[in-house]
Design a protein around this ligand. Structure first.
Ligand SMILES: Cc1cc2nc3c(=O)[nH]c(=O)nc-3n(C[C@H](O)[C@H](O)[C@H](O)COP(=O)(O)OP(=O)(O)OC[C@H]3O[C@@H](n4cnc5c(N)ncnc54)[C@H](O)[C@@H]3O)c2cc1C
Length: 452
């Protein structure tokens, strides 16, 4: 029988009558169950042009799938054409020039492995199976962002197949308006076949979680919100409310206990990490799992806990500050998490992220300090209502303290007002660029920007 791995090698189109159709239509979030008319495995821009032409001939909606991690499942569409980029997984690293060129279907795990072999890296997300495509086009933040910015702040150019089939380069010099828009504007403007990214020297880091019992959530979060923005940019830590997973390396006495944690990454000289983390140790964490590791190992640390096929429900928001009243809600909803994998994360987006202007890229929120995501997660579809309700209630309780906008990669399908709010002052310019490059809104399976 033909497998998805065969499809990646041979290309071609999977339809409902094919035996591998159910495998081919699956995305990371198992809450999404859509039945496309066709799934085209594209190996290059010619395959993409053919798939776009077939979609146009048959009046099919188009969904583009990179890593397939979108919460609302934008990588698959009912009765439409899925353009699957997973065969496009090549990466070229020019270590001397500190540049990587990654094709549109590359995952973070693949990118980190290729660049890590040269002691280099670019900022990206914290779970290796995420696609470089969707993550980069939405902005992209992770362990290196305080020091080196968002993923888009390291994007030097991209090759893009436009809705009319033309292949163009977007950079500061070529199609600069398109280059501006794809740095945060999502997949609205075309299909990116390759991303050229700036790399930085990153090899051994001091990293891992420090954790406290859930009862300490208020105190630890109050400390975190004051400590981290003032800490050196070599030190990154994201805050988590969680249930301790019942697996090593988490210590057995804590298994399945509700907790809060901060996951650290120190990119300075490992010899200095003790000083950088000394204030954390003064908070007497119940468990200190930090240690030295190659950066790509840190990037894969949580992959085993979050395999494809779980139910996910998402809500995101951006915050300038985290007032005490919001912290009270975090302490309350952390304890109420309905399933062991349901979590809340607060990621710092300061430091180098703030050194890019609000209008320099489509990512409008250079003045916020934290990007928060609440995820209800569970393997059992019977728990889908419980995880969705907890996520929405939690979000409703903390949203009033937010900057009124979210990071588009942390949103479900929440309507046009949320999309507009999330692009803020940049929305009108994005709509104008959309009108120029995709006037018929061919690329609309995304946080959609309507063509002006
Ligand atoms: C477990 C998990 C952890 C995460 N952690 C982080 C994190 O640390 N930091 C962070 O910033 N984000 C994080 N995210 C969010 C992530 O950035 C988004 O889910 C992102 O959309 C995933 O991209 P993808 O290519 O895997 O998804 P897909 O579902 O394939 O695509 C998402 C969107 O991007 C479009 N797209 C994808 N590739 C291309 C392309 N090459 N050309 C044009 N359009 C394209 C799709 O059409 C779709 O609209 C995480 C997500 C998950 C599930």
């Amino acid at each position: 029988m033909t497998t998805i791995s065969d499809r990646r090698t041979a290309g071609g189109v999977v339809r409902a009558s094919d035996p591998d159709y159910d495998d081919a239509r699956r995305v990371y979030n198992a809450m999404i169950d859509r039945r496309p008319a066709a799934i085209a495995y594209c190996r290059n821009s010619v395959d993409i042009q053919d798939a776009l032409a077939e979609a146009r001939r048959n009046g099919l909606a188009v969904a583009v799938r990179g890593g397939g991690h979108s919460g609302p499942g934008f990588g698959v569409v009912d009765d439409g054409m899925v353009i699957d980029l997973s065969p496009m997984s090549a990466i070229d690293v020019d270590a001397d020039a500190r540049i990587a060129r990654a094709q549109g279907g590359v995952t973070l795990h693949e990118l980190d492995a290729a660049t890590g072999a040269h002691g280099l890296a670019t900022p990206a997300g914290v779970v290796g199976s995420t696609g470089v495509g969707g993550l980069t086009l939405g902005g992209g933040h992770g362990y290196l962002s305080r020091k080196y910015g968002l993923t888009i702040d390291n994007l030097l150019s991209a090759e893009v197949v436009l809705a009319d089939g033309r292949v163009v380069t977007a950079s500061e010099d070529e199609h600069p308006d398109l280059f501006w828009a794809i740095r945060g504007g999502g997949g609205n403007f075309g299909i990116v076949t390759s991303f050229t990214l700036r790399l930085h020297p990153v090899s051994t880091v001091v990293c891992g979680p420090t954790a406290w019992p859930a009862a300490a959530t208020g105190d630890v979060l109050r400390w975190y919100r004051d400590f981290l923005p003032a800490a050196p940019e070599d030190l990154y830590g994201f805050f988590v409310t969680m249930t301790v997973p019942p697996v090593a390396p988490f210590p057995e006495p804590f298994h399945l206990h509700k907790a809060c944690a901060i996951v650290w990454c120190y990119t300075g000289d490992p010899a200095d990490a003790g000083d950088a983390l000394a204030p954390v140790r003064e908070l007497s964490p119940a468990w200190d799992g930090t240690g030295e590791a190659p950066y790509p190992a840190l990037q894969g640390m949580f992959d085993g806990l979050l395999p494809t096929g779980l139910q996910w429900y998402w809500r995101g928001d951006l915050f300038r500050e985290i007032p005490d009243a919001a912290i009270d809600q975090h302490a309350r909803f952390g304890e109420l998490a309905p399933t062991p994998l349901s979590q809340m994360h607060i990621y710092p987006v300061d430091g180098a992220v703030h050194r890019v202007g609000t209008q320099d890229t489509a990512w409008a929120h250079r003045d916020v300090n934290f990007s928060q995501v609440i995820v209800g997660v569970d393997p059992d579809p019977a728990n889908a209502p419980a995880i969705s309700t907890w996520t929405k209630d939690y979000h409703d309780a903390v949203h009033p303290y937010s900057a009124g906008a979210a990071y588009v990669n942390f949103m479900m399908d929440e309507g046009q007002d949320r999309v507009r709010a999330s692009y803020g002052a940049n929305y009108d310019r994005l709509a104008a660029v959309k009108g120029e490059y995709d006037p018929d809104n061919t690329f609309r399976c995304n946080q959609n920007i309507r063509p002006a």
